[in-house]
Write a protein that binds this ligand. Structure first.
Ligand code: PLP
Length: 392
């Protein structure tokens, strides 16, 4: 993988060496079960988990008691959406989300529809934003959950979290925020934003795969969620299963290293990429000029399929959108919801950088993309027709 320029960091990131070094002892020397607190090895493993819990809580500015570990954001989303629906049925059956949410949210909602849930999918405008007035008018006395993400995984566009949280608070409705792409890259201070429930995932911030956390606000009236995985009573009976100690330790380390300040240079590199690629005719840089994640650039190239560009650049690790839907040949549901044409949606390539991406890699990537686009268009009859003004 030596010559690969890895620009698919919204799919997953490289484990940092410091993170790996901290994980190793819990594979080999202290392999104890963290619930075996009757012996020293178990107690040490347990305190490593508590330390990681403190590290995650510190990054979010919440209490460690409000953090639960699990396998990642997909599990959190399933737990919250299904578990709230189960517990709050006496209050209502209405959930509000947006058409641009991650597939994990959309598929949970779809599943619940078959069990009698009523789901409102808020539309987004051309900038990928929901209208707060739409949210306000969608909330009814039967609304039990508003589920909206902090940052979109494809476009990087940021939601208006404060306005959403305030609206939910004013209407006494729970707000669950999928912050999987945002944590580490932008500041989310849970003392300042009234998010009730939030999920995050270690592998998006240079930690290991298969571990994540769920924040559940401790309120005077506790939030009720039915556990998705019952078992040996771990996480206060909320999430059964033997603790994955090395992964949790790695998560804590990663979140204590990867901070929004680390993304200043990432943003400069992303902006440089967009500046150089802007020379290419007939491209759209989705979300440019809007509040976006500092590492994400999502670009459509007119009359070229994203797959053609990626095939022409085998040394670049890119994506045509969400990794979970890649290969499906369907245009991005996010771009379609933003009103982008199917043709432009099928030509969208996502470049997602990380704190490990170098300026040289970006310059090289931009060069390769420019050459590839030119070559593909030179050989494309459709492009010739477009240039001759015969088609749009
Ligand atoms: N939510 C968002 C916004 C994501 O980008 C992802 C991963 O792509 C997920 C949820 C799922 O995360 P995990 O891989 O931890 O299950």
């Amino acid at each position: 993988m030596k010559n690969i320029i890895y620009l698919d960091n919204n799919a997953t990131t490289q484990l940092l060496d410091e993170v790996w070094q901290d994980m190793i002892p819990y594979f080999i020397q202290n392999y104890a079960n963290a619930s075996s607190v009757y012996h020293q090895m178990g107690r040490e493993a347990n305190s490593a988990i508590q330390q990681a819990r403190n590290q995650v809580a510190a990054a979010l500015n919440c209490s460690p008691k409000e953090i639960l570990f699990n396998s990642g954001a997909t599990e959190s989303i399933n737990t919250v959406v299904k578990g709230i629906f189960d517990k709050y049925r006496a209050k209502g059956n209405h959930i509000i989300t947006a058409s641009t949410e991650h597939k994990a949210v959309l598929s949970c909602c779809d599943q619940l529809t078959k069990q009698g849930a009523k789901i409102t999918y808020l539309p987004v405008d051309k900038d990928g934003m929901i209208a707060i007035d739409d949210l306000k008018s969608a909330i009814t006395p039967q609304t039990i959950l508003v589920c909206l993400m902090a940052a979109n995984n494809e476009t990087g566009i940021l939601s208006s979290l404060i306005e959403i949280a305030n609206t939910c608070e004013e209407n006494d409705t729970l707000f669950f925020c999928d912050a999987t792409q945002a944590i580490g890259k932008i500041n989310i201070d849970l003392q300042k934003i009234g998010i009730d429930i939030l999920c995050l995932s270690a592998h998006k911030l240079h930690g290991p795969k298969g571990v994540g956390a769920l924040y559940i606000r401790r309120k005077s009236k506790p939030i009720q969620i039915t556990a998705l995985i019952s078992g040996g009573g771990q996480e206060n009976e909320f999430r059964g299963g033997t603790y994955n100690v090395p992964a949790i330790v790695g998560f804590g380390k990663a979140i204590s290293i990867v901070k929004p300040a680390s993304y200043k240079i990432v943003q400069q590199n992303r902006d440089l990429l967009e500046q150089v690629l802007a020379d290419i005719p007939e491209i759209i840089i989705h979300g440019q000029g809007l509040d976006r994640l500092p590492n994400t650039s999502y670009i459509s190239f007119k009359h070229i399929l994203a797959s053609e560009i990626m095939t022409a650049c085998p040394t670049l690790a890119l994506s045509s959108g969400s990794a979970c839907v890649t290969g499906s040949r369907e245009p991005s549901h996010v771009l379609m919801a933003m009103g982008v044409s199917k043709e432009y949606a099928l030509s969208a390539v996502r470049f997602s950088l990380s704190i490990l991406t170098s300026r040289d890699e970006i310059i090289h990537c931009a060069q390769l993309i420019k050459e590839a686009v030119q070559k593909i268009r030179d050989q494309s009859p459709v492009w010739q027709l477009f240039k001759a003004g015969l088609i749009d």
